[in-house]
Design a protein around this ligand. Structure first.
Ligand SMILES: *Cc1c(COP(=O)(O)O)cnc(C)c1O
Ligand SMILES: [Zn+2]
Length: 443
């Protein structure tokens, strides 16, 4: 391999590039709507649409290239608004066939954008503050968006088994989507996840395998499985179908802007695990600008991590271009990826847009979960606590402008991580008598 390619490889430090899948071969005639090819993020080489994820020239990650419906933005806006109340209203901008909404699927997305006035007051925000609440998805996390797109790719490439390496939420999303769409599923998680995530991943009837190790071990295992005959015919949504999977996160950008009346927010705070979601939200915003669906103006993208797994915020603050892997130790298990595949791209985007990447302690995560719950009636999982906690810290540090329009993502439901709130419970326990209630002093 050329030394320059090696250098890039090292900079990008890709966590999942080791092995290309051998079967099935790229299918020349797949119908994935406006998607025309896969293109390398590093060197731009193009490949036919297929279940491949790393560039054969430089090992850079591949992403979906499109022929998007340029032309009359007003007509496109109307077409979208007339579409279903799910991510499929954006089918013209996604790698899916035009009739996607008629296929058996979970119809995720179009979740609430909550005008968070109470939280704004508490945080000293004088502009507008919104919470994009993705706990409202079918399996209660944002992962239903990415899985729905990967399922369409799996159908197109003829896979019959769906699989993934997961920090918890993805396993549940794959299990449910497979059940609805008629695939077998076999998914892999670290063995020590929260009970809510384990039950959510197992209940849909697919196979759930706990791996003795952390997420990075699970991911490495899946990369090996893909290159082995054991994994033949398996579509790993976040490995060999990763280019398609990632595109699902663009729908968060589309929805936020549409729900703001086809306007860009000034600032968005996004949690980081592998960094895929953050990079694809940026891609979605760029597309909306290019298509003339929103006015072109600057926006800032902020990344949020837990201190116990903060490889990207550490690199950001140190001014590094490379992300040094860490061994995760945090209650925010859905974000606990110590070697994030898209880490360097997150750094690029935060720096290019004038944003920042920050982290908070587990204690601050728990405080932020309570803060969001008591101000807005939204019960977030630990990842949402990370994002709200980081938002508070960014305002205190002066990185985030409280006079502008800010959107904070809640990517998962608090019922999945009840363990984090183990100290939360009954205010009092009393005998069923008025005297006892009077004595408790709560009237
Ligand atoms: C997976 C996940 C994320 C972000 O994942 P990326 O790998 O960065 O795309 C954020 N929040 C929750 C709850 C998740 O499950
Ligand atoms: Zn390349």
């Amino acid at each position: 391999m050329a030394t320059s390619a090696m250098g890039k490889m090292r900079r990008k430090g890709l966590a999942i590039m080791a092995v290309q899948t051998v079967t099935p071969a790229p299918v020349a005639s797949v119908d994935l709507g406006p998607a025309t090819a896969l293109s390398c993020r590093e060197c731009g080489t193009r490949f036919d649409l297929g279940p491949i994820f790393a560039c054969a020239e430089c090992f850079g990650p591949l992403e979906v290239a499109y022929e998007l419906p340029t032309g009359d933005p007003e007509a496109l806006r109307k077409r979208i608004e007339a579409g279903p109340n799910s991510i499929w209203r954006y089918a013209p901008l996604l790698p899916v066939p035009a009739d996607v909404a008629t296929k058996p699927n979970l119809n995720p997305g179009f979740t609430k954008l909550v005008d968070a006035q109470n939280l704004a007051k508490e945080l000293g925000v004088t502009g507008k503050l919104y919470v994009k609440d993705d706990s409202g998805n079918p399996t209660h996390s944002f992962k239903d968006r990415v899985v729905a797109i990967a399922v369409e790719a799996a159908r197109a490439f003829g896979y019959t088994t769906l699989s993934c390496s997961s920090t918890g939420n993805l396993a549940g999303a794959v299990g449910a989507a497979a059940a609805r769409a008629g695939f077998r599923s076999c998914v892999f998680i670290p063995h020590d996840l929260e009970q809510g995530k384990v039950v959510m991943a197992a209940v849909y009837g697919g196979d759930l395998v706990g791996i003795e190790g952390n997420y990075d071990d699970v991911n490495r295992f899946c990369s090996e499985l893909i290159g082995d005959p054991l994994g033949e015919g398996w579509g790993f949504v976040n490995v060999n179908l990763r280019p398609y999977y990632g595109e699902g996160s663009k729908t968060l950008a589309y929805e936020i802007c549409e729900q703001l009346g086809w306007q860009l927010p000034d600032q968005i705070v996004i949690p980081i695990a592998s960094g895929s979601q953050l990079t694809k939200i940026d891609k979605g915003l760029q597309e909306l600008i290019k298509l003339g669906l929103v006015e072109d103006k600057p926006y800032k993208i902020f990344g949020a991590q837990a201190e116990g797994c903060s490889p990207v915020s550490t690199a950001f603050k140190a001014g590094h271009e490379v992300v040094r892997p860490q061994k995760p130790n945090t209650i925010a298990k859905s974000l606990a990826i110590g070697n994030p595949a898209d880490g360097p791209y997150v750094l690029d985007i935060a720096r290019r847009t004038g944003g920042y990447v920050e982290d908070v302690t587990d204690e601050q995560v728990v405080d932020a979960i309570s803060l969001l719950a008591r101000t807005e009636g939204i019960f977030a999982e630990t990842a949402g606590g990370v994002t709200v906690g980081v938002t508070k810290k960014l305002i205190e540090e002066g990185h985030l402008d409280p006079s502008l329009t800010t959107v904070v993502l809640n990517t998962g439901d608090g019922l999945k991580t009840l363990e984090a709130l183990s100290g939360t419970g009954q205010t009092a326990t009393i005998r069923p008598s008025l005297d006892a209630f009077r004595a408790a002093g709560l009237a």
